[in-house]
Write a protein that binds this ligand. Structure first.
Ligand SMILES: Nc1ncnc2c1ncn2[C@@H]1O[C@H](COP(=O)(O)OP(=O)(O)O)[C@@H](O)[C@H]1O
Ligand SMILES: O=P(O)(O)OC[C@H](O)[C@H](O)CO
Length: 524
């Protein structure tokens, strides 16, 4: 068997879909199998997911891949796993789940975030982690559970993240990776836990819940025979624990290539905007927001600002349209309506309607943190119709992207983009005009799975360094630069100035609305 026939499987356990993707050793995608992910939301702001179901769905995706790739089990050189970040996946005795996981979408920790963010030690915590506190994070969620549901933590033996839970099921080992460990509980300079951070979160007495940190690009563990049976693979196959999906996706999409650091935006359910840099170049902002997330490259991290919601804003307005069409007796599928977005956009005229894309129930986290922030249109008149609303939602994603980069220094000279919505020409043009920089869209279909598979490729010695791997797996798939239209860039300069004015002015109103919502009688 030649080396090109060997396969690396990348698993990307996302919030909407769990995917298993087969790549050959030079990075060519061979096949993909996926299972829709399921989670539950509640009126109390909860967003939870079954641990057992997640593992079953992951195993089912792997078996599905086996149905598509001949001799997958014997050809698999390594399996690598990444997944949705943040959130709290508690396991107790016998590695049994303690409760359903609290996802990154879970808003229940909001009061604890407010209390901790006002604490005397919060700046020291931020200086170490490089990461502003928000409701998504495990640190805030554990601190909240410690105050309001201590029994959960009393019954737990380890606090894991999604990919860590899957790694535990694949290998039997409780561990986490350097990225989530350092931005949540540690220091991005050392990639280790940091006592100052754990103390600032008030979690000294829960320190024992934090698992061992392992770097998947250096260390793998063998697939257990039980997991092998469940997934249709061979026991002993090396398994690599990836970094959090946000940086795996960026790695696969070109946040670094040709040994150069670049900027990359993922326009997925959430919008993630990252700049790769060396540790010494990280500039921590005064407001204490954003993330610093390690890359699996020595000394290189990403400085990150992330919008809580990106494509969920598009889905929201499309769902409004779908509802009206169904009421009118002309039902249309989500996919049909998504396909019409560029057409509607072209029908509307470039104007001055703003949309702030804070549609998530959890508010916003980048470049500012406010659990009460909510979406809104500004500047509507009688002349505006549905295509104009749609345009402003798409342009709002461009403005939110610019807002995030503005909080990290100068605008990028080139922006690499990935995510389902970047298939839209209108969205790519809006992003390009908003940051006034050329855009390069990665032609890589599954950037997250590719990013984590690249870690396995380095771990099992297919490449001697990540930069060598990037040269084969990433650089050749970068699309040609799409340059911004000068007059559009000028319009976006003006829109952006109004955009920041409006979002700053709205903060007290959002607080009043949140209060009104909590004091409204149920059913009123
Ligand atoms: N052509 C498009 N125009 C605008 N938005 C799009 C387009 N395609 C996808 N999207 C947005 O991205 C979301 C995810 O799309 P999907 O095709 O499922 O992406 P992925 O492959 O990343 O899962 C959609 O629900 C929609 O909000
Ligand atoms: O599951 P997706 O939307 O790909 O990723 C979610 C992120 O990891 C999350 O936003 C981290 O807070």
């Amino acid at each position: 068997m030649t080396s090109t026939e060997k396969i690396i499987i990348g698993i990307d356990a996302g919030t909407s879909v769990i995917k298993a993707v087969a790549f050959d050793l030079s990075g060519r995608q061979i096949a993909t199998a996926s299972v829709r992910n399921r989670y539950t939301t509640g009126d109390d702001g909860s967003a939870t997911q079954s641990l057992d179901q997640t593992w079953l769905d992951c195993a089912s995706a792997l078996r599905g891949l086996g149905e598509k790739v001949p001799d997958l089990a014997s050809r698999t050189a390594a399996i690598a796993v990444t997944g949705q970040g943040d959130g709290t996946w508690l396991v107790g005795r016998g590695n049994m789940p303690v409760a359903d996981a609290w996802l990154w979408l879970d808003a229940r920790a909001a009061p604890t975030v407010t209390a901790l963010a006002g604490g005397a030690q919060n700046r020291a915590r931020f200086e170490a982690t490089g990461t502003g506190l928000n409701t998504c994070q495990q640190g805030a969620q554990l601190a909240h559970m410690d105050r309001f549901a201590p029994d959960l933590l009393d019954r737990a033996e380890a606090a894991l993240h999604c990919k860590d839970w899957l790694y535990l099921n694949l290998t039997g080992l409780r561990a986490t990776d350097p990225s989530e460990a350092s931005f949540t509980f540690g220091n991005f300079r050392t990639r280790q836990y940091d006592a100052v951070v754990i103390e600032a979160l008030g979690l000294d007495h829960r320190r024992g819940l934090l698992p061992e940190i392992i770097d998947g690009s250096e260390t793998t563990h063998p697939l257990t025979s039980e997991a092998a049976k469940a997934c249709g693979l061979l026991a002993g196959t090396p398994v690599c624990l990836g970094y959090v999906d946000m940086v795996m996706t960026a790695l696969g999409a070109g946040v670094r290539s040709g040994a150069r650091n670049a900027a990359c935006s993922t326009i997925g359910s959430t919008g993630v905007h990252l700049r790769a840099k060396s540790v010494a170049d990280v500039q921590l902002n005064r407001e204490g927001t954003g993330y610093v997330i390690a890359l699996p490259i020595p000394g290189i991290v990403t400085q990150v600002q992330t919008n809580m919601g990106a494509t969920i804003n598009i889905d929201w307005i499309i769902d409004v349209a779908a509802y009206l069409m169904a009421e009118a007796g002309k039902p249309a599928s989500h996919a049909d309506l998504i396909a019409r977005i560029d057409g509607w956009f072209a029908e509307s005229r470039p104007g001055a309607v703003l949309y702030h894309p804070y549609i998530s129930e959890a508010g916003e986290r980048g470049p500012f943190v406010n659990a009460n922030a909510r979406a809104g249109f500004t500047g509507l008149s009688m002349r505006h119709g549905f295509p104009d609303l749609l345009r402003s939602v798409v342009e709002g994603l461009g403005l939110a992207t610019r807002d995030c980069y503005a909080a990290m220094g100068a605008m990028p000279e080139e922006l690499r983009v990935t995510g389902g919505a970047t298939r839209s020409v209108a969205l790519r043009r809006s992003l390009s005009a908003a940051v006034n920089a050329p855009i390069r869209q990665s032609r890589r279909e599954e950037t997250g799975a590719a990013g984590v598979a690249m870690m396995a490729a380095v771990a099992v010695g297919v490449y001697s360094s990540m930069d060598d791997c990037i040269a084969d797996w990433v650089t050749p798939l970068l699309g040609d630069p799409e340059t911004p239209d000068a007059s559009e860039a000028h319009r976006f300069d003006r829109l952006f100035s109004a955009y920041t004015d409006v979002r700053q002015a709205m903060a007290p109103a959002w607080d009043k609305l949140a209060e009104a919502a909590t004091t409204s009688p149920v059913g009123a």
